[in-house]
Design a protein around this ligand. Structure first.
Ligand SMILES: Nc1nc2c(ncn2[C@@H]2O[C@H](COP(=O)(O)OP(=O)(O)OP(=O)(O)O)[C@@H](O)[C@H]2O)c(=O)[nH]1
Ligand SMILES: [Mg+2]
Length: 243
């Protein structure tokens, strides 16, 4: 992780504008206060790109981001908001050529956003968290150069269940998937019950139902909660679970 920060610091230095990418389902949780502090200290312009908007209700989102200015709603999957974002960049650069850093938590959708802006698969993306490992330069039109970065957590972030939930640790690698899944169920209970047609209220029971549904069973037919937990985190992290 320290070398990831090195790339991010480099990009913050090189860029005139920095786009902080936030997950629309977790706007507050995916803000990196440390990066925002550096942006302020370096006197760079910031744009908040709230992405994965296809997974939330826009009205609820609007309330949440009142204080985040300037911000743009994006869905890279549905190619929404990218023209507005380009306009915003050129407005801030006053039409001059500009270098734009793209930063944020792991797995929030930075590389996907760059591809949506570029209109081609220029940056490599993956459901795997921590996928982008170095800096990458991508030209978007004659005036805008984007710098992709590896996702970084705030150094103050110690809560691994939360990290699992926000996708900062890959669902396949997280050490205690049940704890992260139970946290996710707690926070997103109604969405999960609706999406998987579950009536139970208790977190453990919901996980059990999911295990049965997905046929994640141990030898004697008992529900494999760990496997169900990983599957649930996977669906959340890869943007299948909508609110
Ligand atoms: N539904 C939905 N899913 C998205 C969107 N953008 C990205 N994703 C998914 O989110 C996951 C992570 O996307 P990436 O673009 O690789 O994220 P990243 O921030 O570059 O991740 P790292 O390089 O690992 O830090 C992938 O599974 C994407 O398909 C979006 O607008 N909508
Ligand atoms: Mg990436």
């Amino acid at each position: 992780m320290p070398s990831f920060w090195r790339h991010v610091n480099q990009v913050l230095k090189e860029a005139q504008i920095v786009i902080e990418v936030l997950d629309a389902r977790l706007v507050d949780e995916t803000r990196n206060i440390e990066i925002e502090g550096k942006i302020r200290r370096l006197n760079k312009m910031i744009i908040y790109a709230v992405t994965k908007c296809d997974l939330v209700k826009i009205d609820e989102l609007k309330m949440k981001i009142k204080d985040l200015q300037p911000s743009v709603f994006i869905s890279s999957r549905e190619h929404l908001g990218t023209t507005i974002l380009k306009k915003k960049i050129l407005e801030l650069s006053q039409g001059e050529p500009v270098v734009v850093g793209v930063v944020g938590y792991p797995n929030v959708g930075k590389s996907s956003l760059i591809n949506a802006l570029a209109g081609r698969a220029a940056a490599r993306t993956s459901a795997e968290s921590g996928f982008t490992k170095g800096m990458q330069k991508i030209k978007v039109g004659p005036k805008i150069t984007l710098l992709d970065t590896p996702g970084v957590l705030s150094k103050m972030e110690k809560d691994t269940a939360k990290q699992g939930k926000i996708g900062a640790i890959d669902y396949a690698k997280i050490k205690d998937p049940e704890m992260a899944a139970l946290r996710l169920i707690d926070d997103e209970k109604e969405a999960i019950k609706k999406q998987y047609a579950i009536t139970e209220e208790d977190g453990e029971e919901i996980l059990e139902r999911l295990a049965v549904k997905w046929r994640k069973l141990q030898k004697r037919g008992t529900p494999d909660l760990e496997a169900a937990a990983r599957q649930l985190l996977k669906e959340w992290q890869t943007g299948k679970l909508r609110r």
